[in-house]
Design a protein. Structure first.
Length: 523
């Protein structure tokens, strides 16, 4: 048989998987992109699996506000991007002044809100709260890979070993996980000098979450690091995100209400007049050490690595150091910033320790040959115990969440026995998300943040506080006349109010279970 008649060699795998047969014909660049894509899919799958372990440790949601966000997401499916918000008329979120400062977050959640059934909405919120933080961690992997950090996937996996509070916060159906995603992308584009990309990113950030000033913090730290290390003024790094944020504020479905709301919200948080949620107060030192000690250790390890190298920091490392310091300071002021510090502490540690490892291996040829296999094994071994412990602690934190049916029965009773549009006087502002989730037929006196009520009408808010604390002997008349309420809903913990209500002939108890009491306000 002549050479010309020899049949070509056939590979069965190539027939079944065309990409395998075509692989040798692909360019090196294309093959690199395909391999990167496969690695990204694998990394994302691991992150999704680990966040699933945390999320499904409880049947409910990790935070009360998640119920509000998911009901808003359902309203997006029913009414579009700008639903008519009428449910908090006695706050700065009244119908005329309402500003949805989570608009794109609600649009994202709407993808998982196909059914109006409460159980289906909760299931959708939990799925959304697995996907978004996994994408945020994937963006951090992408950032580290872009900085040529060897074993970037394993460094990113270390995010799960830093802080149970960090994992818990990111598992909430709230926008902080999306915020971390935006900041990781912003930092990546800054470090790779694609400053123009921060313009659309700033625009998107404004529409998604009112933490958008954080993008300017990231850019400002980067500009300072560039000047310190290279004496270069990277003004574009600040101008582009600032322009995007300005556009997002002006080209906005809620302009100019958005500007007024942001002003009111920020000025209220800078003062101390009204007690707000626990997330705005700092951790006790020991609590912080116990729930985030590994994050603090990562920062210290990064600082020690810099000292061991004895070299001047480059732009990227100094930027990461600065961001770890800034977000650490923010964390010491308010516990809610635990959603940022561990991530930037790890990025700083990776950028400072990875070059030290490279230098150490470079002068040890024998170890260097073993490193591609040996180092990942060592890193996984080092991560195994803290990762397992942190995930276990995050699961335990999730299990402390309120049950998903909290106030469901009481809300359903009110819904069935009230005229649509009735005002419900509730004795705690932070029960609003649950009440709103189960009953959008009626209105509520307070919700989401007590400062929203205080700013709207300080006198009325002071009266509400007095009533809810049992400071008014016969509150029924004021509840009807000043708040226009037809029903009162209180949890069983407000014993002073319940005592006052029991002696008031204008408050008739009409429903009670092991979670709440409902009173009808008589004329």
């Amino acid at each position: 048989m002549s050479a010309s008649t020899v049949p070509p060699l056939k590979l069965p795998l190539a027939d079944k998987l065309p990409l395998v047969g075509a692989w040798p014909r692909l360019s090196a660049k294309t093959r690199a992109w395909l391999l990167t894509g496969l690695v990204a899919i694998g990394v994302l799958a691991v992150f999704l699996a680990l966040f699933t372990l945390v999320q499904y440790a409880t049947p409910g949601l990790a935070d009360n506000d998640g119920y509000y966000h998911m009901r808003m997401a359902r309203l997006f499916r029913e009414q579009g991007l700008k639903p008519d918000f009428v449910w908090l008329p006695l706050t700065i979120l009244n119908q005329a002044s309402f500003y949805d400062h989570h608009l794109l977050w609600h649009a994202y959640l709407a993808l998982f809100a196909g059914s109006p059934n409460p159980a289906d909405l909760i299931a959708g919120a939990k799925l959304a709260s697995v996907i978004m933080p996994a994408l945020a961690f994937l963006a951090i992997w992408w950032l580290l890979r872009g900085q040529r950090v060897r074993w970037a996937a394993l460094w990113a996996l270390g995010l799960f070993a830093l802080s149970q509070a960090f994992l818990y916060r990111l598992s909430m159906p709230r926008a902080q996980s999306a915020s971390l995603l935006v900041l990781a992308l912003g930092l990546h584009w800054l470090l790779t000098r694609r400053h123009w990309a921060l313009l659309p990113l700033g625009f998107i950030y404004v529409w998604m979450y009112d933490a958008f000033p954080m993008l300017l913090v990231i850019a400002g730290v980067y500009v300072a690091a560039a000047w310190i290390t290279e004496r270069k003024l990277e003004w574009r790094a600040l101008v582009y995100p600032a322009a995007g944020i300005a556009l997002g504020l002006v080209v906005n479905l809620y302009f100019p209400q958005d500007l007024q709301f942001i002003f009111n919200h920020l000025t209220a948080k800078l003062g101390d007049s009204t007690p707000v949620g626990n997330e705005w107060y700092p951790y006790d030192t020991w609590v912080l050490l116990s729930n985030s000690g590994a994050a603090l250790a990562a920062f210290l390890a990064g600082a020690l690595a810099l000292g061991a190298r004895g070299k001047r920091m480059d732009r990227a490392t100094l930027t990461a150091f600065g961001l770890a310091v800034v977000t650490g300071f923010m964390l010491f002021k308010a516990r809610r910033f635990i959603e940022y510090f561990p991530a930037f502490a790890l990025i700083f540690a990776a950028l400072s320790i990875a070059p030290l490892l490279d230098e150490w291996l470079a002068v040890r040829p024998r170890l260097s040959r073993l490193a591609p296999v040996g180092m990942p094994i060592l890193m996984l071994a080092a991560l195994a115990a803290p990762l397992a412990l942190t995930i276990q602690q995050a699961q335990a934190a999730m299990q402390t969440s309120d049950p998903p049916n909290l106030y469901q029965a009481a809300s359903n009773w009110v819904k069935q026995n009230s005229t649509p549009g009735s005002m419900i006087f509730q004795t705690d502002w932070d029960v609003f998300p649950h009440l709103f989730f189960y009953n959008t037929q009626d209105l509520y006196t307070a919700g989401l943040d007590p400062t929203y009520s205080e700013i709207y009408d300080p006198k009325l808010y002071a009266e509400w506080v007095k009533i809810t604390r049992g400071g008014m002997q016969h509150p029924g008349q004021a509840i009807r006349a000043d708040f226009g309420a037809e029903f009162v809903l209180t949890d069983l913990g407000h014993t002073s109010f319940i005592h006052a209500a029991s002696g008031d002939p204008l408050l008739q108890q009409v429903y009670r279970d092991n979670q709440a009491i409902v009173y009808r306000v008589l004329p």
